[in-house]
Write a protein that binds this ligand. Structure first.
Ligand code: PPS
Length: 288
């Protein structure tokens, strides 16, 4: 299936959205990381904004106690996309980033194994469904008429982020090159507090019980959905643009929504490809 080239820029074999910062991409491998930078890495629709909100809450007291009225995206800017005039080079440490880059485009410095990387993954059937709705809603992605057609694109890697299997496999198989923690969306959903504890332990951040309560409470789906700063509503309205008014970035936030969208045949076809492509990758998955 062909994709409209105008939505996607392919750089070194990986599909970026066409509003990517090309200057940055050209120099991405030489980007000077700091030892105390933290990178959230995800395939799209796997819990990026959730992790951005969590890191903002963990690192910034003002964010936690609500004394700042700042979009989460300013606290944890996207690495390869618009940084909204944030002066990254002069930003005080710790700098926090979110990114969808594949392992082979990571800044070389990340391999010093000091800079921390948190890789969040989600079961790919839910990623597919989330991405289908998102792409039909926001103008920067190519819309698709049916789930069947979207599944063809997704399984051909003809979407921003390229092939899901390559993204996760690449990062997993090169995990020894990085100081990386793998976290699963479904674990976060089932037990957010334990996931935050795990994150904090990796980040070497110790929070009081009270602060931990504040982090967990402000990162629930319901609370993030009602907080425009945490859920991209402002940015999507003012800068990204929508095709219709019925969409939400915080759409459902559940595990297993794919069951309401994929037929048995589609699901089985997906499973067969999953078995083949994920052979030898021992990561755990939760499907419902
Ligand atoms: S993006 O566009 O790549 O940055 O999208 P991303 O943030 O990775 O993924 C969006 C999906 O994550 C869900 N989400 C959450 N789920 C549960 N709890 C919380 N707090 C949360 N925050 C975001 C969001 O609802 C999208 O999933 P779907 O299935 O579409 O609802």
């Amino acid at each position: 299936m062909e994709i409209s080239k105008s939505y996607i820029i392919n750089f070194k074999g990986y599909n970026f959205s066409s509003h990517v910062d090309m200057d940055l991409l050209e120099n991405i491998e030489n980007f000077e990381t700091r030892d105390d930078d933290v990178f959230i890495i995800t395939y799209p629709k796997s819990g990026t904004v959730w992790a951005q909100q969590l890191l903002s809450l963990i690192y910034f007291e003002e964010h936690r106690n609500g004394t700042e009225n700042l979009e989460t995206i300013y606290r944890v800017p996207f690495f390869e996309y618009s940084r909204y005039q944030i002066d990254i080079e002069n930003r005080p440490s710790p700098r926090l980033f979110a990114s969808h880059i594949p392992y082979y485009l990571a800044p070389k410095n990340l391999k010093n194994k000091k800079t921390k990387v948190i890789y969040i993954y989600r079961n790919p059937k839910d990623v597919l469904v989330s991405y289908f709705y998102f792409s039909n809603w926001v103008k920067v992605h190519e819309p698709t008429d049916t789930i069947e057609h979207y599944m063809e694109k997704f399984l051909d890697g003809k979407v921003v982020g390229s092939l899901w299997f390559d993204h996760i496999r690449g990062w997993y198989e090169h995990k020894h090159d990085f100081n990386i923690l793998f976290m699963m969306y479904e674990d976060m959903k089932k037990d957010l507090r334990s996931s935050v504890l795990k994150m904090c332990s990796f980040l070497q951040k110790e929070l009081s019980e009270e602060d931990m309560d504040a982090v967990v409470n402000q990162a629930t789906f319901e609370n993030m959905k009602s907080l425009p700063q945490a859920n991209y509503t402002n940015i999507i309205k003012s800068q990204v643009g929508m095709r219709h008014q019925d969409g939400h970035f915080m759409r459902k936030g559940t595990i297993g929504d794919w069951k309401h969208h994929l037929t048995v045949e589609q699901s089985e076809r997906f499973d067969r490809i999953f078995q083949r492509k994920m052979k030898g990758v021992p990561l755990e998955f939760i499907w419902d």
